[in-house]
Design a protein around this ligand. Structure first.
Ligand code: XIL
Length: 356
């Protein structure tokens, strides 16, 4: 009797873990399309190292649904280069190995940023040449380490402010505005086959930032600075108009460069009263917004579609949830990694409209 009881418990746990792994539930698992099977462009996810290491449900969903991967944090400056003469690749290498085992593309994020610089960089003393050497050594050691394994890099992240001017940054202060193009040149020297992106947020507000980025991209192309793509983070609120999304993606595509929607999530909580409840209507609106975003993206030339990457996986994993008492619900999967209406809307849109 005791064994029968244990067997029942075991089977129950097994089936619920299968159900959690499979976004359709255990019953209709067979023949259901996945994001990576149905979308005509690469679909990526940023992974947080803790769940990636410890949660098999998370890992399985990542490999089942996605064919591109970004490290949410472990390829940032502080993680890879914590002291002047130390590089720590262990966590990033784990993600790369997982990607290779599962035929996933790796997108590297991010070589240079005004944020996440370790204390040793802030304390570094040297003239402009010494700073350029620091920049070069940092970029080239990392890019060479991952050569042939990391397909593409966010070379510089978030360099422009809302006013379209260069943001305050240690790189700007010590090297000057040319730090951006130097970063691209150094990265290209280290791996001429890697695709190099400039990544930023807020294009979709059609303010001065997007114009500054486009001017920079055109100037780089004209002068032969090796840039291959623009990353548009797309941390967007539910209320953002579809027309703005579409226009910003078209503007980025007008440069002729690859376009990557690189950090997508759609915040429901943003602009809501302090206390709000997620409900079916909001979930449907969010599904429509995901669909509109994916459709807008798929209307740019196919040769420029580098892919869409969501910024982590389930609602509980989103960095949008790190602050405040009320949970946001920004992702396509819920806190138990079950598919939300947003996931289903994207699948349905391509099921009925293959190849678009
Ligand atoms: C965020 C991560 O999601 C958080 O876990 C971390 O604490 C801070 O950074 N723009 C970027 C990303 O380019 O690197 C940021 O990621 C989110 C905003």
């Amino acid at each position: 009797m005791k064994y029968l009881f244990l067997a029942v418990i075991f089977l129950f746990n097994l089936s619920s873990s299968i159900a959690q792994n499979n976004p359709y539930g255990a019953s209709d698992a067979q023949d259901q399309p996945t994001l990576k099977a149905i979308l005509p462009f690469p679909i990526g996810v940023a992974v947080g190292i803790r769940h990636f290491r410890n949660n098999p449900v998370y890992r399985n969903l990542v490999k089942e649904q996605f064919n591109s991967i970004t490290a949410e944090n472990v390829m940032k400056f502080k993680a890879l280069h914590p002291s002047e003469h130390t590089f720590t690749f262990k966590s990033a290498d784990e993600i790369v190995a997982f990607a290779q085992e599962n035929n996933m593309r790796v997108h590297g994020h991010t070589l240079i940023w005004s944020k996440v610089n370790p204390p040793w960089v802030k304390e570094f003393k040297g003239d402009k040449t010494a700073w350029k050497n620091l920049l070069k050594n940092h970029i080239q050691t990392i890019v060479k380490h991952f050569k042939g394994k990391v397909r593409s890099w966010d070379v510089v992240n978030e360099a422009y402010n809302d006013g379209g001017k260069l943001k305050e940054s240690i790189w700007l202060e010590k090297i000057g505005p040319e730090y951006i193009e130097l970063a691209f040149r150094y990265a290209h020297e280290a791996d001429p086959d890697a695709l190099l992106f400039y990544n930023d947020y807020g294009h979709e507000y059609l303010g001065k930032r997007i114009y500054a980025i486009i001017n920079m991209a055109k100037d780089f192309k004209k002068r032969g600075v090796p840039i291959h793509g623009l990353g548009m983070q797309m941390h967007i609120p539910l209320r953002l108009e579809d027309t703005k999304i579409r226009r910003s993606i078209e503007m980025a595509a007008s440069t002729g460069l690859l376009v990557h929607l690189s950090e997508v999530e759609i915040s429901v909580k943003h602009q809501m009263p302090k206390v709000f409840r997620m409900d079916d209507q909001l979930a449907r609106q969010q599904a429509d917004k995901y669909k509109a975003l994916f459709k807008a993206y798929s209307s740019i030339p196919k040769s420029q579609q580098f892919g869409i990457t969501t910024w982590n996986l389930g609602d509980a994993d989103s960095f949008r949830n790190s602050k405040g008492p009320n949970h946001d619900h920004p992702m396509m999967f819920d806190r138990q990694y079950r598919p939300k209406p947003a996931f289903k809307a994207v699948i349905e849109a391509w099921k009925s409209n293959k190849g678009q």
